[in-house]
Each structure stands twice: as structure tokens, then as C-alpha cells.
Design a protein around this ligand. Structure first.
Ligand code: NAD
Length: 239
């Protein structure tokens, strides 16, 4: 076992107050592309960059193009959790992990069995009519033709996903800050730590066991007590 992985294993073995904070890199081994690495969405060819299309103003002004991209590139109904999701769920059941804070919108942590999941950017699995508030599942969105409309009042349905230019849910942020500020171990995995305000959560950690698990360097490597480079699913499956 790699020396850094062995150090991480020791840290995990000795703690019952671990908090995990993750991003798109947690789901790439489930074949959901992230935004920034070589195979990620930013390196594909679109008329506009993803962060413009999945912004609030783009959604309002060009709802049809928003949904074209969203349905084509943001929805992965057949994706299954990978070893990283399953390991986190196992640690929660063992009483070691206090919660998963995620920037992902794919619902894979819950699918793997995690219960204490704080979704900073919402979830593609929840969708609501912008007029009457009726709930719709992902299947309804996928099967809808063009812009999804409410089957009761006919108005546009919006995913419960935090678009660029939109604010984060205060309750979710509060819960995440509380968990992180009380954590003994903070493991941050599969995030480039460049999307704010989510990336700023790292500043609430007060301990001395901040572990970064990432394929590449991140914007905050200098803050870490331990850096483990590699694929998070492969790394977690060794622990
Ligand atoms: P990001 O795309 O900016 O960064 C992903 C990071 O993960 C990169 O540093 C990359 O090197 C690393 N990475 C990729 N695969 C990895 C692996 N197998 N193991 C370890 N590291 C790996 O993602 P972000 O920081 O989460 O921020 C971008 C935004 O993208 C977030 O707001 C999120 O909502 C959204 N997003 C979500 C999903 C999803 O729900 N699965 C997918 C794409 C984008």
C-alpha cells in the first residue's frame, strides 16, 4: 500500500468524527464526467461554456437551450455508486463518519446508502413546478419533450439544482459549517476547490487532520496535512 494511503487508513481507523466534503471527482469513476479534468465537460465542444448555460440568467432567457444541454449532459439516470460512495456509507454505519457534504447533484451517495448527506448544489432527482410547486421525479424530466411542463398547471418545471448566479440554501450551508467546524478529520475528495462559496467551507475546519484526495493538484493543497494523489474510488477501496 502506498505510504500516503497507509497514513489515511491510520487516520480513518483512529477517528469517529470524520466529515467528508466532495465534488464531481467522486463520481467520475461512476462514469459521470466532472467539469474540469481532461475528460470533463469543459474540454468538450459546446456553443457556450457549461457555467454560462447552467446559469440562472441563461435558464431564464433561453430555457429551451438550457434544457437541451441539461438533459443531454447533466443527467445520468443509469449511473451506479462506486467504491468511494460505498466506503463513505459504510463509515457512516460504523459510526465513524458524521456526514457527507457534496457539491454533486447526482444522488449517488444516497444510492450507496449514506443518510447524512448535505447537497450544497441540490439534486437532479428533485424537480418542482415553478408555479404550483408540484414535485416531479427525474424520469418525468427525461421523458418530457423539450422544456418540461407541469401536468397540472402547464407551467415550467425547474430542477432543484443551484445554478450559477443563484444562492445556496442557508440551512444546508449552516449544517455543513457546523459539521466541519466540529470535525476531528476532514477528508476533501474529488473537488478542484475553485467553485465558491462551497470551496470556502474548508476555512471552517479547526483540526489538524485535513486530508485532500485528488487525481490532480487543487487550489488549496498548501492547506492540507496529508495529500493523497490518485483516483478516490481506488484509494478508498484500499482502506
Ligand atoms: P470540478 O470538475 O471542478 O473538479 C473535479 C476535481 O476532481 C478535479 O480536481 C479532478 O482532478 C478531480 N478528480 C476527477 N476524477 C477524480 C477521481 N476519480 N478521483 C479523485 N479526483 C478526481 O468539480 P467540483 O470541484 O465539484 O466543482 C464543479 C461543479 O460541478 C460543482 O458545483 C458540481 O455541482 C458540478 N458537477 C457535479 C457533477 C455531479 O453531480 N456528479 C458532475 C459535474 C459537475
Amino acid at each position: 500500500m502506498d505510504e500516503a494511503v497507509a497514513k489515511l487508513k491510520k487516520i480513518v481507523d483512529e477517528s469517529d468524527n470524520i466529515v467528508f466534503f466532495g465534488g464531481a471527482g467522486v463520481s467520475t469513476e461512476s462514469n459521470i464526467p466532472d467539469f474540469r479534468s481532461v475528460d470533463g465537460l469543459y474540454n468538450q465542444k459546446y456553443k457556450y461554456p457549461p457555467e454560462r448555460i447552467i446559469s440562472h440568467s441563461f435558464y431564464m432567457d433561453r430555457t429551451d437551450e438550457f434544457y437541451e444541454f441539461y438533459k443531454d449532459r447533466m443527467l445520468f439516470p443509469d449511473a451506479e455508486p462506486n467504491a468511494a460512495h460505498y466506503k463513505l456509507a459504510q463509515w457512516e454505519k460504523e459510526g465513524k463518519l458524521r456526514g457527507v457534504i457534496t457539491q454533486n447533484i447526482d444522488g449517488l451517495h444516497q444510492k450507496a446508502g449514506s443518510e447524512k448527506v448535505f447537497e450544497l448544489h441540490g439534486s437532479v432527482l428533485r424537480n418542482y413546478c415553478t408555479h404550483c410547486g408540484k414535485f416531479f421525479d427525474l424520469d418525468y424530466i427525461i421523458k418530457s419533450d423539450g422544456i418540461p411542463k407541469c401536468d397540472e398547471c402547464g407551467n415550467i418545471i425547474k430542477p432543484d439544482v443551484v445554478l450559477y448566479e443563484e444562492g445556496l440554501d442557508n440551512e444546508v450551508i449552516g449544517a455543513a459549517v457546523s459539521l466541519i467546524s466540529k470535525a476531528d478529520v476532514l477528508i476533501i475528495g474529488g473537488t478542484s476547490l475553485v467553485v465558491y462559496p462551497a470551496a470556502g467551507l474548508i476555512d471552517y475546519y479547526r483540526g489538524n487532520k485535513l486530508v485532500l484526495v485528488n487525481k490532480d493538484e487543487t487550489a488549496r493543497d498548501s492547506r492540507a496535512d496529508l495529500i493523497v494523489h490518485g483516483k478516490i474510488g481506488e484509494i478508498f477501496s484500499q482502506i
